[in-house]
Design a protein around this ligand. Structure first.
Ligand SMILES: [Fe+2]
Ligand SMILES: [Fe+2]
Length: 466
C-alpha cells in the first residue's frame, strides 16, 4: 500500500506541475490517489509517511522499493527533499479536494527553503484542512541536500570525461609497465557512484552516445556506468556501488596485453587469434590479483574481469573446470558489457545494432546468457527510447530524448528536448514531457512516430543533450 501511495502521489505531484487544476487529468490522478489513501486509512486507521535519509517509513515500518518501482521512489524522494518536506500524515476525512490542494501547495514550493513545511501548514490551516499534516525534513549534517540539476549535470559530465582519460592512463601504464593510478581510479569512481546516486540520467546519456573516437576507453567507462546504475536499481548498497564501478571500469583490462593487430583487426579472426583474444578475462583477472594492496576490492574486480564473458548458464568463456555460479558482480558486468559492445559503432563491417534490437536479443536470451531478473531491470533502465535518441513526433516536431520516465507505465513516453531548424542550423527548443496529456480531452499531446539516425540530419546529439 505504501508503494501504491508513493506511485500515485508522485503522479499527482508531477501532474500539478503540468496541468491546470481544473483539468480532467488532475481529476483522474486525484481520484486514483484518494482511493489508495482511503484504503490505507480504513485498514490502518492512520497514515503517516516519513522520510529519514534515503528511506521511507510507512506508519513507522520501513518500506523498500521493488526494482521496477525504484525510479519512482527515488524521484519522489528527490522531489520531497528538494522541498524539505519530510513527512505527510493523513487522517479520516481527507477528500479529493484536499489532496489536490496538497499537491499544488507542494509543487508550488521553492527549492531548499527550510521553512517550507510551515508555509504548507499555514495554507492547510487557512483552508481549514485538518485531515492532512506535513512535517519538516530532518537533515543530518553529513547529508548533502542542495540538488541543483544544472550543477549536477556539469559534475556528471566532468566525471565522465575524466574517467575516460583515466581509462586511457590505465592502459598506458600497463603498456609501459608502470604502476597503475589506483587511488585516482578509486576516487573518480567514487565520484561517479555519487553522481549515479543523485541522478544517473546525464551519465547514462553520455554512455548512450556512441560517437566517440577512441571507443575502447569509453567502453570501459560506459560499462562502469551501466553497472552502477543497474546495481543501484537492484538495491546494491551505496558502499558497494563504487566497487561495482571499479569492476566495470577494469573488466577488459586484460585486453591491454593482447597484441594490437588482433585487437584492431577488422576482418574475421583466425582460430588462433580468437583463442588469444579469448584469454583476456583470465589475463585481466591475473593482472588484478597481482595488485594485492586493493584488498576486498580486488576480489570484486576480479569477478568483473574473469566472468564478464561467462554466461548465466556458464557457457561462454573462459571454460570452467568446476561449475560455479556466476557472481552477482559478474552477472551485472556481463549485461552492461554486452549492451555497450553491441551498441558501439564499428567503423568497419556493419552498423551498430539499434538499442531496441539489442534489448530484444537480451530479453530473448534471459535465463540462458543473462540473469533473467537483472536483465529485465536493465531493459527498463534503458527504456524503449534510450537517452539521446533522436525522435520524430506526431506533431511533426523533432526531439532528443533527455529523460526516461520514472513511471514504468510511461516507458515509451520520455521527456524530449525539441529541436528546430533555423538560420542554417539546428537549435535547442523547449523540453516537453511526452507523458503530458491534453487538459481537456485527456489524450496525449505528443507521441513518438519513429526514431531517426542523428547522422542523417547531421545532428550532434551530445550538444543538445548536455
Ligand atoms: Fe571483454
Ligand atoms: Fe568489454
Amino acid at each position: 500500500m505504501g508503494t501504491e501511495f508513493i506511485t500515485k502521489f508522485y503522479r499527482l505531484l508531477k501532474g500539478a506541475t503540468l496541468y491546470d487544476r481544473k483539468s480532467v487529468v488532475i481529476d483522474r490522478l486525484t481520484e486514483e490517489c484518494l482511493q489508495v489513501v482511503n484504503g490505507i486509512i480504513q485498514w490502518e486507521g492512520r497514515f503517516l509517511l516519513r522520510i529519514v535519509r534515503d528511506h521511507f517509513f510507512f506508519n513507522d515500518i520501513r518500506i523498500t522499493a521493488s526494482a521496477d518501482k525504484y525510479p519512482v521512489f527515488k524521484a519522489f524522494l528527490q522531489e520531497m527533499r528538494k522541498r524539505r518536506i519530510g513527512g505527510m500524515k493523513f487522517s479520516e476525512g481527507a477528500s479529493g479536494e484536499h489532496l489536490t490542494d496538497l499537491a499544488y501547495l507542494l509543487s508550488g514550493l521553492e527549492e531548499n527553503h527550510e521553512n517550507n513545511y510551515l508555509a504548507v501548514r499555514n495554507q492547510l490551516e487557512h483552508r481549514n484542512i485538518k485531515s492532512i499534516e506535513v512535517e519538516k525534513l530532518e537533515v543530518s549534517k553529513d547529508e548533502e541536500i542542495d540538488i541543483d540539476s544544472e550543477g549536477q549535470k556539469k559534475y556528471s559530465r566532468e566525471v565522465y570525461f575524466r574517467s575516460v582519460g583515466l581509462a586511457k592512463e590505465v592502459a598506458e601504464s600497463i603498456h609501459q609497465q608502470k604502476p597503475l593510478p589506483i587511488r585516482k581510479a578509486k576516487r573518480l569512481i567514487q565520484n561517479a557512484a555519487n553522481a549515479v546516486m543523485q541522478d544517473d540520467s546525464t551519465l547514462l546519456g553520455l554512455a548512450n552516445i556512441k560517437n566517440y573516437d577512441e571507443y575502447a576507453f569509453n567502453h570501459s567507462v560506459n560499462v562502469a556506468i551501466y553497472a552502477m546504475a543497474l546495481g543501484q536499481r537492484i538495491g546494491i548498497p551505496k558502499k558497494h556501488l563504487s566497487h561495482l564501478g571499479m569492476a566495470g571500469l577494469f573488466h577488459d583490462i586484460g585486453k591491454a596485453k593482447i597484441p594490437e593487430e588482433i585487437l584492431n583487426k577488422t576482418e574475421r579472426l583466425s582460430l588462433g587469434e580468437r583463442s588469444i583474444m579469448r584469454a583476456h578475462p583470465v589475463i585481466g583477472a591475473e593482472l588484478i590479483m597481482r595488485m594485492t594492496e586493493w584488498g576486498e576490492l580486488s576480489a570484486r574486480m576480479t569477478e568483473g574481469a574473469f566472468e564478464h564473458h561467462l554466461r548465466y548458464d556458464l557457457t561462454g568463456y573462459p571454460r570452467l573446470a568446476q561449475k560455479k555460479k556466476v557472481t552477482l558482480f559478474g552477472r551485472i558486468v556481463s549485461i552492461a558489457d554486452f549492451y555497450d559492445a553491441l551498441a558501439r559503432p564499428r567503423g568497419t563491417l556493419r552498423f551498430p545494432y539499434v538499442s531496441e534490437k539489442i534489448l530484444e536479443i537480451m530479453l530473448e536470451r534471459r535465463g540462458k546468457d543473462f540473469d533473467p531478473g537483472i536483465v529485465k531491470v536493465f531493459i527498463n533502465m534503458i527504456g524503449a527510447f534510450p537517452l539521446g535518441t533522436l525522435a520524430l513526433l506526431n506533431t511533426h516536431e523533432m526531439g532528443i530524448v533527455t529523460r526516461i520516465q520514472e513511471d514504468t507505465e510511461l516507458l515509451d513516453r520520455p521527456e524530449v528536448c525539441l529541436i528546430y531548424y533555423g538560420d542554417g542550423e539546428y537549435r535547442k527548443g523547449k523540453v516537453v514531457d511526452l507523458g503530458e496529456r491534453d487538459g481537456v480531452s485527456g489524450d496525449f499531446k505528443r507521441s513518438i512516430v519513429k526514431t531517426v539516425d542523428p547522422n542523417e540530419y547531421n545532428i550532434n546529439v551530445a550538444e543538445f543533450f548536455l
